[in-house]
Ligand binder design. Structure first.
Ligand SMILES: *[C@@H]1O[C@H](CO)[C@@H](O)[C@H](O)[C@H]1NC(C)=O
Ligand SMILES: *[C@@H]1O[C@H](CO)[C@@H](O)[C@H](O)[C@H]1NC(C)=O
Ligand SMILES: *[C@@H]1O[C@H](CO)[C@@H](O)[C@H](O)[C@H]1NC(C)=O
Ligand SMILES: CC(=O)N[C@H]1CO[C@H](CO)[C@@H](O)[C@@H]1O
Length: 774
């Protein structure tokens, strides 16, 4: 400083002739300003005699001169800004008087400015509001900072903390200082940076420089410059077709970065969403929820692309379009449909397996597995389904032989099931009628038929009837009857007539048991089918005896009941056989069983008649009083229901033994002979009948024993039966064999098994040749 001052001094001394000093402001009092004595060339030894005075009155209080050494110093602290205010140079002129000799010297003291003041801004904070739409280059003038210092120490420059958005421009107003201007250099985006803070620093030129700062707060004001943006790029959802009304399909969400109403989003369908779509879906304007509004059917449409729009509420709203893809998921909501085409209502029972009955097509509106249909039949029908090459078409064909007589109609329930989860099933019943074919012959209800017909039947009367049934239908089952007339072999069949419609059989003449006992013939039953089928049955007819023959008395010979005369000696003892009445009846059984009785007798005590044999014997010896001639009237009756009888009169004459002897011997010899003859025939007849009976029984026993002991034991009871009076018939019916035992038959009837107590039922395991009639 001193050096500097010296140079200045030298400068001024030479040019102006004036001493000039400079001193910085704000120095301590007492700070040396300069050595005036030396600078004036006054010898320091003479200094005391000379003495210094500062004569300029105005500023004297600021400086002082040391009288001893001539040094000018500050008497008080100096503030340049106070003394000189804003003037660029601040010089205080002092007038110094030196005495002895008096010299006036002018001394200028320049007060040098020091940087003692920092720049300062009028406000600590500056709020700036800028629309985000402001264009780059926009200028925002700020207030300048002030600095009390002047010159170089005044504000020299401004600095801005780093920001991309603004740069600083400075306008120099000369004495008025420098004005900072913010220049926007990059577009603002409220959505990116809503508020910015940075510091503006004003720096002065002091050494060291001083600075002052101001915070600048920039608030970016919103402009509706952002479109709503959907949060997802793609909205793709799937929706079940059975979704109920009100179901949320999807919630779209769009956000708008703008503020306030500029950022409030409302949703709507796009302009090209058609009415149909609007009937099915609706969108909530506030929440963006798309819900189901009406029924949805996959089968109608399986895919929807809905245009929606998000719009903000700015004064000029901004809109964004989006499409929402809704894939409809098929739900198994359609039942398979069964359609029966080209269906013939009737099928012949003789159709071969594989005959097509109907074509069945199944259809399901669903897709995929939900629409995959399988078709099935119940297992118990003789039909099957043959899938055709064309998908979902089946032919219903027969799988087995049909028989209308077993099943005339099939109600076939078709089941169609799809493969959905859960599966849906539908049913359809097809009625297949089996039409008749003449495949059954008439069947007689019995084979062979056996009929028992009483003899003496009225000619033309109905005897019995046969009947046959046919399982077929209508014409095929209409049976007509005829009697087989062949070669004339069965001559009896020519006596018979048959009602071709009902099988009633009539005899044209009456039968005589005594002429024919049994015969058989064939009846043929034919149906009316084309070709006709027939079957035959053997009809066996057994003629039953009636009591139509009266007993005939053979001896004593008497054609009209005239008496025969017997002579016996008077001396015969009791029990003597007088004679035997012999009679014959052509009928059999009871009808031919003869009983003898006395109708008239002169003396009951003398003769007796055997009821069964017809023998007349003496009951006692003749006495003197007995008459010689006795008359006996004998009645012979058969045992028919309505008994027939004949009478014989026997005259017995008691003769003296002498005269009678020879005659009686002869007669008795003849009679014995005759009697023996008759007896012999009777014995043979009875014996042969018994033997035949026994043989048949033995054969039966043997046959039965070889099979079943039970039956043989039943049969054995029969041996106790009296063969002579027995009328027994065995016959067959079906697989049973009957044996009829007993004298009487119910006339004109076939014997039903078990209807008669006299009938033994013997299971038959024998051939026809084993039958024996007794
Ligand atoms: C929309 O998305 C925004 C941002 O992801 C989220 O904050 C808001 O909750 C969403 N709105 C809805 C309704 O989901
Ligand atoms: C009776 O039927 C049998 C067996 O069915 C048959 O063999 C016979 O020829 C038939 N007789 C007549 C006369 O039709
Ligand atoms: C016997 O004949 C009468 C009338 O003629 C009849 O009512 C009765 O049933 C017959 N009895 C027998 C066992 O035939
Ligand atoms: C019942 C009857 O007609 N009896 C006669 C049988 O014949 C003799 C003569 O031969 C007659 O005298 C009976 O009257």
């Amino acid at each position: 400083m001193f050096a500097f001052s010296a140079i200045l001094l030298f400068f001024w001394k030479g040019v102006i002739g004036q001493i000039r000093y400079s001193v910085s402001e704000e120095q301590q009092d007492g700070t040396v300003v300069g050595n005036i004595a030396k600078d004036l060339g006054i010898d320091s030894r003479t200094l005391k005699e000379r003495g210094f005075r500062i004569v300029s009155a105005s500023r004297d209080s600021l400086f002082n001169v040391n009288q001893d050494d001539g040094i000018l110093y500050l008497s008080k602290r100096l503030d340049r800004e106070e003394i000189c205010e804003k003037s660029i140079t601040c010089v205080i002129n002092l007038k110094i008087a030196v005495e002895n000799p008096l010299e006036v010297h002018y001394v200028g003291v320049e007060i040098l400015d020091i940087n003692d003041n920092a720049p300062s801004f009028p406000e600590k904070n500056k709020q700036l509001e800028i629309w985000e739409s402001a264009l780059p280059g926009a200028r925002y003038q700020l207030q300048a900072a002030r600095d009390l210092d002047s010159g170089a120490n005044a504000v020299q420059s401004y600095k801005l903390t780093h920001t991309d958005y603004f740069r600083l421009d400075i306008k120099d107003r000369g004495a008025d200082g420098k004005i900072p201007i913010l220049v926007l250099q990059k577009p603002l985006d409220r959505e990116l940076t809503k508020n910015m803070r940075f510091l503006l620093t004003a720096v002065d030129g002091g050494r060291p420089p001083k600075s002052g700062t101001m915070e600048i707060v920039v608030t970016v004001l919103d402009v509706n410059d952002n479109m709503p943006v959907f949060t997802k790029d793609v909205y793709s959802v799937s929706l079940n077709e059975d979704a109920e009304i009100g179901t949320t399909v999807v919630q779209v969400n769009a956000t708008d970065l703008d503020e306030g109403s500029n950022g409030e989003v409302i949703y709507s369908f796009g302009s090209n969403a058609d009415d149909k779509l609007r009937e099915m879906f609706e969108i909530d304007a506030v929440t963006g929820e798309i819900t189901v509004k009406g029924p949805i059917d996959y089968e109608v449409k399986d895919n929807y692309e809905i245009d929606i729009q998000a719009s903000d509420k700015g004064s000029i709203p901004m809109k964004t379009d989006k499409s929402v893809v809704i894939k409809i998921v098929d739900v198994n909501d359609n039942v398979p449909e069964i359609e029966v085409t080209s269906f013939s209502t009737e099928i012949r029972e003789d159709s071969r397996p594989g005959t097509t009955v109907a074509l069945i097509s199944v259809n399901d509106l669903d897709s995929g597995l939900n629409g995959k249909v399988s078709c099935s039949l119940p297992e118990d029908v003789p039909f099957k389904l043959t899938p055709s090459t064309q998908n979902n078409i089946y032919s219903l064909v027969t799988d087995a032989e049909l028989d209308r007589e077993k099943t005339y109609q099939y109600d076939i329930t078709l089941t169609a099931t799809d493969a959905g989860k859960p599966p849906l099933t539908s049913f359809k019943t097809i009625t297949v009628v089996v039409s008749d074919v003449n495949d059954n012959s008439p069947q007689f209800s019995l084979s062979p038929y056996m009929f028992y017909v009483a003899e003496n039947n009225a000619p033309g009367a109905s005897l019995f009837s046969v009947s046959a049934s046919d399982c077929d239908l209508n014409e095929n089952a209409r049976v007509s009857y005829q009697i087989w007339r062949d070669r004339g072999e069965d001559k009896y069949s020519s006596f018979l007539n048959i009602n071709f419609e009902n099988g009633g059989i009539y005899a044209l003449q009456s039968f005589d048991y005594e002429t024919i006992k049994t015969f058989q013939f064939l009846v043929i039953a034919s149906d009316s089918g084309t070709p006709s089928r027939s079957s035959n049955v053997t009809v066996k007819v057994f003629i039953l005896d009636e009591n139509d023959n009266a007993p005939v008395i053979l001896s004593p010979v008497s054609t009209n009941g005239s008496e025969g005369v017997e002579e016996i000696p008077r001396n015969v003892n009791a029990g003597h056989l007088v004679t035997k009445v012999r009679a014959y009846d052509a009928d059999i059984g009871y009808n031919g069983w003869l009983l003898f009785s006395l109708q008239e007798i002169t003396d009951h005590s003398l003769f007796g008649l055997d009821r069964y044999t017809g023998q007349i014997r003496t009951l006692r010896s003749f006495t003197e009083t007995d008459e010689a001639e006795h008359k006996l009237v004998i009645v012979v009756k058969d045992n028919g229901n309505i008994s027939l009888s004949a009478t014989a009169t026997v005259i017995i004459k008691a003769v003296e033994p002498k005269e009678a002897f020879a005659a009686s011997d002869v007669i008795s010899a003849v009679k014995d002979d005759e009697e023996n003859h008759v007896t012999f025939y009777l014995i043979i007849t009875l014996g042969s009948v018994s033997v035949l009976f026994l043989i048949s029984i033995i054969v039966l026993i043997v046959m039965q024993c070889s099979k079943t002991t039970d039956y043989s034991s039943k049969y054995l009871q029969d041996t106790s039966y009296d063969g002579t009076l027995c009328h027994s018939i065995q016959y067959r019916s079906g697989d049973k064999r009957y044996m009829l035992v007993g004298p009487r038959m119910s006339i004109g009837s076939t014997l039903a098994p078990g209807s008669n107590g006299n009938t033994l039922i013997v299971p038959d395991r024998r051939t026809r040749s084993d039958e024996v009639r007794v």
